[in-house]
Design a protein around this ligand. Structure first.
Ligand SMILES: Nc1ncnc2c1ncn2[C@@H]1O[C@H](COP(=O)(O)OP(=O)(O)OP(=O)(O)O)[C@@H](O)[C@H]1O
Ligand SMILES: [Mg+2]
Length: 502
């Protein structure tokens, strides 16, 4: 083993029925290093991590850990923990009903007598030392997702881990929260912890990482020092091809003019989710978007339109006629589709197959008493598996065995299949790799050109700038502005989000 290495994984292979998820993969990590693990959706990142943490057993290969002469055997998450390996998964695996302190020490207090006071004091001390704004006795569910994630890290750190794994930890954090997380990562790095960081955000990789390992289709592509690998090269290594121009996908599509009909229009709409009443419209063939910080009320607005939250005030018109939505099923029948932000809660049904997940929304619209024929369902599923390049062994594979990004594509397929006149996409590209992101943006513009209307919400402003011809800006649960034409640039968006009076 290299003398600075804390971890070396050699020639790791792992197959699932029909998929070779990893083939002879190498990965090494030094002390005090932040090492990005990059690759397209389905490249094998999470599988490699799960092999390392004992969630999956490897088929072949060896794992070496600093200070241990022979290859180690990691057969369970407990084994991994004993070796100083800690993981924070994207989906938080803590218990929301317990307190912060309980979550930090769960499964670690031995014997009968738990000293609550000592535990709470200790938790507060750790939280403070890591600058995490939470209190030991608070219920975990009262903390934001970002804070919960940091608590998960605090738990890992306190277990004296030498290797910390973060699998897409930032996808639900806003900019400030990401900064906090990075500070925490840098502090840990100084203490000599080796960190493996999985993310699809290139900016973040270039901001905090020292090294990058790239995987493609389950194979090791290479390990690079960050300074030796410019962005474009990283992207082409991930995709295995040159990326054509990323900036201009819109071409000459300007969006509909002022006189084109408003297909949906809402007036003084307010839901029970705590947003201020707002006005909204969308024209035929338009792509517009909601922008604002996480938690500013972007999702709540579209949920009110779709009837996913209870509307307490206001009216909605379709083509000038007042309609009553009230429930998602009504919205769907009126031609609205909605891809929710949180696919874990509102989206996937893990045990069902890819095919069943794809046809689900269409089936709901049709009514469950009139099921599709199998042949029809396969036809739909296969069409979208191809169109969105969903990586799956077959249409019958349970969706839960797909990689995170590919699950997201299945949900997108579900809504595209219902062929709605108005499609609402809330963070459709979260967790999706760069190549596919651009494909999805192109698809959105293509739909608009065909006369569909789309509302696009994304935390990445450049993605909205590439697709939207009008942006609605939100702050503190209120619509505070609308930008179009020349105003559609990063600076104006940022200053409108922040509020102009500072
Ligand atoms: N439990 C499983 N059963 C069957 N196939 C699986 C299982 N877990 C992963 N796979 C397959 O292994 C391949 C690699 O998946 P993995 O989750 O490692 O990708 P990833 O690089 O993490 O992608 P993403 O960026 O989308 O999260 C995929 O083709 C996936 O469908
Ligand atoms: Mg993954």
């Amino acid at each position: 083993m290299n003398k600075n290495s804390v971890l070396e994984m050699r020639n790791i292979s792992k197959s699932f029925p029909g998929v070779r998820a990893l083939q002879n993969v190498q990965f090494s990590l030094c002390e005090g290093e932040i090492h990005a693990l990059m690759g397209e959706n389905g490249a094998g990142k999470s599988t490699l991590i799960k092999v390392l943490t004992g969630v999956y057993s490897k088929d072949e290969g060896d794992i070496f850990i600093k200070g241990i002469d022979n290859a180690v055997s990691i057969r369970s998450p407990q084994d991994a923990q004993n070796l100083g390996i800690s993981t924070v998964y994207q989906e938080i695996t803590l218990c929301p009903n317990l307190t912060v302190a309980e979550n930090m020490f769960i499964g670690r207090t031995k014997g009968a007598g738990v000293n609550w006071k000592k535990m709470n004091d200790e938790a507060d001390r750790i939280l403070e030392s890591l600058d995490i704004p939470a209190k030991a006795k608070q219920q975990l569910s009262s903390c934001s997702i970002a804070i919960q994630q940091m608590i998960a890290i605090a738990r890992a750190v306190d277990m004296q881990c030498k290797i910390l794994i973060l699998d897409e930890p930032t996808s639900s954090l806003d900019e400030q929260e990401v900064e906090k997380l990075f500070k925490l990562m840098r502090d840990l790095k100084k203490k000599g912890v080796g960190i493996i960081f999985v993310t699809h955000f290139l900016d973040q990789v270039y901001e905090v990482c020292d090294k990058i390992t790239v995987l493609r289709d389950g194979q090791f592509v290479g390990e690079y020092e960050i300074k030796d690998l410019p962005r474009v090269q990283l992207v082409s290594k991930m995709l295995g091809k040159e990326l054509d121009d990323m900036s201009d996908i819109r071409g000459d599509y300007e969006g509909p003019g002022e006189n084109v009909e408003k297909i949906f229009e809402a007036t003084s709409l307010q839901s029970n989710a705590g947003i201020k009443p707002f006005d909204f419209y969308i024209r035929k063939g338009e792509v517009n978007g909601f922008t604002g910080l996480l938690g500013s009320g972007r999702s709540e607005c579209v949920r009110a339109i779709f009837g996913a939250d209870r509307v307490i005030k206001g009216t909605i018109k379709k083509n000038g006629q007042t309609v009553k939505i009230g429930k998602p099923i009504r919205a769907m029948k009126l031609g609205i589709g909605y891809l929710p932000e949180d696919r874990k809660v509102d989206g996937i049904i893990g045990d069902l197959s890819v095919r069943e997940n794809i046809v689900l929304a269409l089936q709901v619209m049709k009514g469950f008493f009139r099921p599709f024929s199998k042949a029809q369902a396969y036809k739909f599923a296969d069409e979208y598996i191809k169109k969105l390049e969903i990586k799956t062994a077959s249409a019958d594979t349970p969706i839960k065995s797909l990689s995170g990004g590919n699950q997201q594509k299945v949900i997108l397929a579900r809504w595209l299949l219902t062929n709605p006149e108005y499609l609402i996409l809330d963070e459709p590209t979260r967790g999706i790799d760069v190549g596919t992101k651009i494909e999805i943006q192109k698809l959105v513009l293509e739909l608009a050109k065909q006369g569909k209307s789309i509302t696009f919400i994304s935390s990445e402003t450049d993605e909205m700038l590439r697709t939207c011809s009008r942006l609605i800006v939100m702050r503190d649960r209120k619509v505070v502005g609308e930008l179009k034409g020349d105003q559609l640039n990063q600076n104006t968006i940022m200053s409108t989000i922040a509020g102009g009076d500072k």
